[in-house]
Design a binder for this molecule. Structure first.
Ligand code: FAD
Length: 308
């Protein structure tokens, strides 16, 4: 019941300004976002890798309408990639990028700016010995993001993308992207979307997730199973067996702070597991989407606000 209002609040600049004064160190923020700086992110990455996990890092930010801010985000990724490389972590850690944080939402030339900026990040990632995956945002950006992916893959074929099972179009997108060398991170989807484009019922979303997973596991690409749902994780394992995939020819992915014991259990059973690790000061929209997924998180969040 709270999902829709929380997703609306995720885009409210007034509430954002009020809540963002909270330090990242406060309980609930810190559970999902380990820090604001490159150093904090790299330290958290090091610890996860030490415990047998892989990592993808997201410098938080989205819906940027300011060219300078987009450039600062690119600079933050370059700084991060050079730190990962210096610390010898780039083999097990890649980066995730929201195109709206690097210019996609700018009026007029947004797409062009985002493509140029994404190219710069892909270049730095390749020099560091790692890869980039493009996050997927609300449905109005899907065509643009997949278009930018196609352009990037001409020079950086290792670039991956996220697809969201709640969108009605996604099974077809999975078919398009299930080719050799392609990397697809399949998630359920975290934005407020209209019925015309997205399944609203959780059971329908789950069914779509399984159909998409089948296409990806049967295909020639590299499926990245991004879910905390025990049923989706079991089904992914069964499909991997059905399609004769060996461990490491696909991977599981979960968000930092969610089901850490399960992350560890899967890794200890020989599966490749990657943790999505967001960092930075722009945590508001990300955190609100985590509240919407599990409104019981809201109680802890409100408590952190009151004790601020
Ligand atoms: P659910 O059915 O929502 O949850 C299953 C179980 O997981 C719950 O019962 C609970 O035990 C646990 N759980 C789930 N969420 C939470 C939470 N917030 N707090 C505590 N426990 C929780 N979405 C996008 O739209 N675009 C993206 O680019 C994107 N990238 C992602 C990358 C990764 C690696 C992951 C794991 C998710 C990403 N998401 C993205 C979010 C995704 O779309 C879902 O909103 C989110 O993963 C919850 O769905 P679920 O599959 O875990 O299943």
């Amino acid at each position: 019941m709270l999902r829709q209002p929380l997703l609306l609040l995720a885009r409210s600049t007034k509430v954002k300004d009020l809540v963002s004064t909270m330090p990242v160190s406060s309980g609930i923020v810190n559970r999902f976002v380990p820090g604001e700086t490159t150093d904090a992110a790299v330290t958290a990455t090091h610890d996860l890798i030490e415990s047998g996990l892989h990592v993808t890092l997201d410098f938080l930010g989205e819906d940027t309408l300011d060219r300078e801010q987009a450039d600062q985000t690119v600079a933050a990724y370059l700084d991060l990639l050079s730190s990962l490389s210096e610390r010898g972590l780039a083999r097990n850690a890649e980066v995730s990028v929201k195109l709206s944080a690097i210019g996609q939402a700018l009026p007029d030339e947004g797409e062009k700016v985002a493509l140029e900026n994404a190219r710069t990040i892909c270049h730095a990632a390749r020099n560091a010995g790692t890869t980039v995956t493009l996050d997927m945002e609300d449905h109005t950006t899907t065509d643009s993001t997949l278009g930018i992916l196609r352009e990037l893959r001409k020079d950086f074929p290792e670039t991956g993308a996220v697809l969201q099972a709640y969108l009605r179009r996604t099974e077809a997108d999975c078919r398009d992207l299930a080719y050799e060398g392609s990397r697809v991170r399949l998630c359920k989807g975290a934005y407020k979307e209209p019925e015309s484009v997205a399944f609203q019922d959780r059971a329908e979303v789950d069914k779509s997730y399984v159909r998409c997973l089948k296409v990806l596991m049967a295909g020639q690409g590299y499926p990245m199973v991004a879910s905390h749902d025990p049923r989706m994780i079991d089904i992914a394992g069964a499909l991997a067996t059905r399609y004769n995939r060996t461990q490491g020819s696909y991977e599981y992915q979960m968000l930092f702070g969610i089901r850490p014991d399960e992350q560890q259990r899967l890794a200890e059973s020989g599966e490749k597991v990657r943790v999505y690790l967001p960092y930075g000061g722009e945590w508001y929209g990300y955190l609100m989407r985590r509240m919407a997924e599990r409104p019981s998180n809201l109680r802890f969040f409100l408590r952190s606000l009151v004790s601020k």
